[in-house]
Write a protein that binds this ligand. Structure first.
Ligand code: AMP
Length: 270
């Protein structure tokens, strides 16, 4: 595996490859990331993984500081997976060029965009830069971060003529979605997160449509869960899978949740 830290070296290395699959990550490589890498490797071309903990997408300094990092372990895992390229630039390298700034419209300020001011602007900013350098035609991203996937498709897929391949959420036996942030959770919180995930999965399963309306109110469940587990839920909402709207559930829909436990913010969807 070639480890590349500069845009100059990156250009030199991959300029001749037409089929580079790109898997952007913030490291702490786990089975969720591995599934994206495998999906890329199932195509013929080479795979480039990036590890960059992007400061502009953290709306809290402390969250950025305590985000789990373990580059040595990540390199070990990526080598074992036979990844061809790892791009691991520093912040200066990524932000040394001027680039378009993204602004979300009011209608996109929902779910995490409502609770993490500037977060997705930061995500779009860094993805715009990474895509400019890497010029991949195939991007692999997880449904675990469904709103991120939705916004990348909306804002960047046309500009870069890139296929955004969405990959299903990988969970552990306890039903918790894998996430680098899980490393920050205490045992007791992992148990609670597991129970919450099982419960929400059940709710999704039980949910019923009446015409295009959902006969289900989540506000009672939200209160009950907050009380039972002593957590703060930012949102617990069913939304249309295609446009993330709150109504018209004729198409597929998902149950979206974000909550804080142990001072760690977890998101998931079912
Ligand atoms: P992150 O390192 O958390 O920024 O995630 C990098 C990519 O991996 C994103 O496209 C995520 O959606 C995806 N990802 C993270 N966790 C999972 C998971 N449990 N299952 C599938 N994809 C995931």
């Amino acid at each position: 595996m070639k480890i590349i830290t500069s845009i100059f070296d990156l250009n030199k290395e991959i300029k001749d490859y037409k089929n580079v699959g790109f898997v952007p990550t913030m490291g702490g490589i786990h089975a969720g990331h591995k599934s994206l890498i495998k999906a890329s490797q199932n195509k013929k071309g080479k795979t480039i993984v990036s590890i960059f903990v992007n400061p502009t997408q953290f709306n809290k300094k402390d969250d950025f500081k305590k985000y789990p990092r373990n580059i040595k372990k990540d390199i070990y895992i990526l080598k074992k997976l036979n990844v061809e390229y790892l791009f691991t630039p520093n912040t200066e390298e990524i932000y040394k060029f001027k680039a378009k700034k993204f602004q979300l419209k009011k209608k996109d300020k929902i779910l995490c965009a409502k609770f993490r001011s500037g977060h997705f602007e930061g995500v779009l900013n860094v993805m715009n830069r990474l895509m400019t350098f890497i010029k991949s035609k195939d991007l692999y991203m997880g449904e675990k971060d469904y709103q991120q996937l939705y916004l990348i498709k909306k804002f960047l897929s046309k500009k870069f003529k890139v296929r955004v391949n969405s990959c299903p959420t990988i969970r552990v036996n306890s039903n918790i979605a894998l996430s680098t942030r899980n490393k920050l959770l205490k045992k007791n919180s992992l148990r609670k997160a597991s129970e919450i995930a099982f419960f929400l999965k059940k709710i999704k399963h039980k949910s019923k449509l009446n015409g295009s309306k959902l006969v289900f109110s989540m506000s009672d469940y939200k209160k009950k869960l907050e009380k039972k587990y002593n957590i703060k839920i930012d949102y617990l909402e069913f939304r249309n899978e295609k446009n993330l709207k709150l109504n018209n559930f004729k198409n597929k829909y998902r149950l979206f949740v974000a909550y804080n436990i142990d001072n760690v913010r977890l998101i998931d969807n079912f």
